[in-house]
Ligand binder design. Structure first.
Ligand SMILES: [Zn+2]
Length: 314
């Protein structure tokens, strides 16, 4: 009876331990990815991830790891001498490996808590899969109780690792195409005859030649009707009236975009200033600039030319 009670407690603590081991590296990945965001956004995200990391790691994962040790060792007397149970010896080897992995994650946790980033998001994604491998190896050993079938298991495991690695790589490529980062690459989009035909002279000068309209003259700087603001070049939806505010600068200002994927941010060193240019991610039209003197919650000010926007009623 006692044995079954302890076995149940052991399984419960294994489940919660693995929950922590699976989710913790995800939080490491998110934290590392936030590194590429604009400073204000980065700080909000990373502070939040640090809180989540502390709760998950110290509140769930560590207590579970200790519970596994206590309940697991209380079961050992039922398998004595342990040399009669080769599968169990092998399992214990994996468990030792799992504790080593736990301590390795603890090291990353300590580093991220003080804003140190040692591993790239890609490496962290790979690290994330290590607990999957341990889980498969341990469950197969416990269920089959046969070291020989471990050999087949291991072959399967290596195939699984290969599949996981290629899945991670495919995902990484997919993400790289969509990820929002500030770049200093400026595609040459100024001499496009199609755009000249499509836009008015004034629109062409600003959207395609990165010009700026005169302040207090655009149609939207003092316009606050509800609705969506789309790109005047392609109709892609960029901002909503909910994040629009009066910055006093004479240009429309928003403190956030509908989706960060809808715009592209480019380092702009023209006019002797270091600014961040905002472009439509869809048609690459110039929209304006983003500054870090905006209101809460983002602290950002997207300063956009009226002529680059088209207001759509809700
Ligand atoms: Zn566009």
């Amino acid at each position: 009876m006692n044995y079954l009670v302890f076995k149940s407690l052991h399984i419960i603590s294994v489940v919660t331990w693995f929950a922590g081991l699976f989710y913790m590296p995800r939080l490491f990945v998110y934290f590392a990815e936030a590194e590429n965001k604009l400073p204000a956004e980065k700080k909000i995200l990373q502070d939040q991830f640090k809180i989540m990391q502390r709760r998950l790691w110290l509140g769930i994962t560590w207590p579970s790891a200790i519970a596994v040790l206590i309940f697991g060792s209380s079961l050992l007397s039922n398998f004595w001498p342990i040399t009669h149970y080769p599968w169990l010896m092998m399992k214990l080897m994996f468990v030792v490996g799992l504790y080593a992995y736990h301590l390795f994650l603890h090291k990353i946790f300590k580093q991220q808590q003080i804003n140190k980033i040692q591993f790239s998001p890609m490496s962290l994604r790979v690290i994330n899969e290590i607990s999957t491998i341990f889980l498969i190896a341990i469950v197969f050993l416990v269920v089959l109780k046969n070291v020989l079938s471990m050999i087949y298991g291991l072959v399967g495991l290596f195939i699984l690792i290969a599949i996981l690695m290629s899945a991670i790589r495919t995902y990484k490529n997919f993400r790289e195409q969509k990820e929002l980062t500030v770049t200093n690459k400026k595609p040459d989009n100024n001499n496009n005859e199609d755009w000249k035909a499509k836009l008015s002279n004034e629109e062409f000068k600003i959207l395609r030649m990165c010009g700026t309209e005169r302040p207090f003259e655009g149609k939207y700087y003092s316009f606050f009707e509800p609705g969506i603001y789309a790109c005047a070049g392609c109709g892609h939806e960029l901002f909503t009236s909910e994040t629009k505010y009066d910055s006093g600068s004479g240009w429309p200002a928003f403190y956030d975009v509908i989706d960060t994927k809808n715009v592209r941010l480019i380092e702009d060193k023209s006019l002797g200033m270091k600014r961040v240019e905002v472009r439509c991610a869809h048609c690459d039209s110039h929209l304006g600039h983003v500054f870090e003197d905006g209101p809460k919650p983002t602290g950002l000010r997207y300063c956009i030319n009226s002529i680059c926007l088209k207001h759509l009623n809700p």
